[in-house]
Design a protein around this ligand. Structure first.
Ligand SMILES: [Zn+2]
Length: 270
């Protein structure tokens, strides 16, 4: 069946081809994509082109943005959507603003007695409800490996979370998932992390203690780990890993385990 959207898609892809060697450089930089199938690679490459046509990237002075850098950002942004179908998951925002460095942003927090505290916090990313995403470029460049850090996925997880209202750690779940399961698993893990930090604010927690900030940050940080340190997340909070696997419909831990078992480069680093 002929469809306007499929035709537009093909036309966009034909107008904006990516050279093979450029895509290979992107793949090389983003080692957390190692192990994806050829079909997944093709989808990611096309989805990256379409993403860059759909979103406006605004680079502030000090950020050098060429095609390769744009693709580095787009491919990381599209990884979470690899098996989520062609729905427009990143709807509701059109702009990504790139800062040359971490930035100061006014923070507000209402404590238990109802007092609003405000302070200047140093940030490497922000996602605004109905607004743009802001990313500090050094954080984007530092993302893409298996280190349990991914600024792009972190901020876009907030956008997924905001699809059904405020960021609260509950994105729109699929029909085969249960909100009660999600809530129970996430709450237990969140409470566990919170307790460790309550006992000792300097505790060496299994995942970034920033996850204990609030449920929205818990979802964003565990999404980072899901894609970039699935072994650590699975070891610390296996049920959280399982819920995220149901949500993102992919299994980065299986990819990583296969690389460790079969890829000489990964075996050398183990
Ligand atoms: Zn966040």
């Amino acid at each position: 069946m002929w469809s306007l959207s499929a035709w537009r898609r093909q036309r966009t892809l034909a107008k904006h081809p990516i050279a093979d060697d450029m895509w290979q450089r992107v793949r090389h930089h983003l080692s957390f994509l190692d192990g994806i199938s050829d079909a997944e690679d093709r989808w990611l490459r096309e989805a990256s082109v379409l993403f860059l046509q759909d979103k406006h990237l605004t680079a502030l002075r000090g950020v050098e943005l060429h095609q390769e850098q744009r693709l580095l950002l787009a491919a990381q942004a599209q990884l979470p959507l690899l098996h989520l179908g062609d729905l427009n998951w990143y709807q509701g925002f059109h702009e990504i603003v790139l800062y040359p460095d971490d930035f100061l942003s006014p923070q507000r927090h209402r404590d238990a007695s109802g007092v609003e505290h405000e302070w200047d916090g140093e940030h490497s990313g922000e996602a605004w409800q109905q607004g743009p995403i802001i990313l500090a470029w050094p954080g984007v460049m530092a993302s893409g490996g298996w280190e349990g850090y991914n600024l792009v996925i972190h901020e876009l997880a907030h956008k997924l979370d905001m699809l059904n209202g405020d960021a609260n750690g509950l994105p729109p779940l699929h029909a085969d998932m249960r909100v009660s399961d999600w809530a129970k698993v996430m709450q237990e893990a969140y409470d566990d992390l919170d307790r460790q930090l309550e006992r000792n604010p300097d505790a060496e927690t299994a995942i970034d203690p920033y996850a204990a900030e609030n449920p929205a940050e818990f979802f964003a940080v565990t999404s980072e780990y899901f894609f970039s340190a699935p072994d650590l997340l699975h070891e610390a909070y296996p049920q959280v890993y399982e819920q995220l696997k149901l949500f993102y419909r992919q299994d980065p831990l299986a990819r990583l385990r296969q690389l460790l078992a079969e890829d000489p480069v990964y075996q050398a680093h183990d």
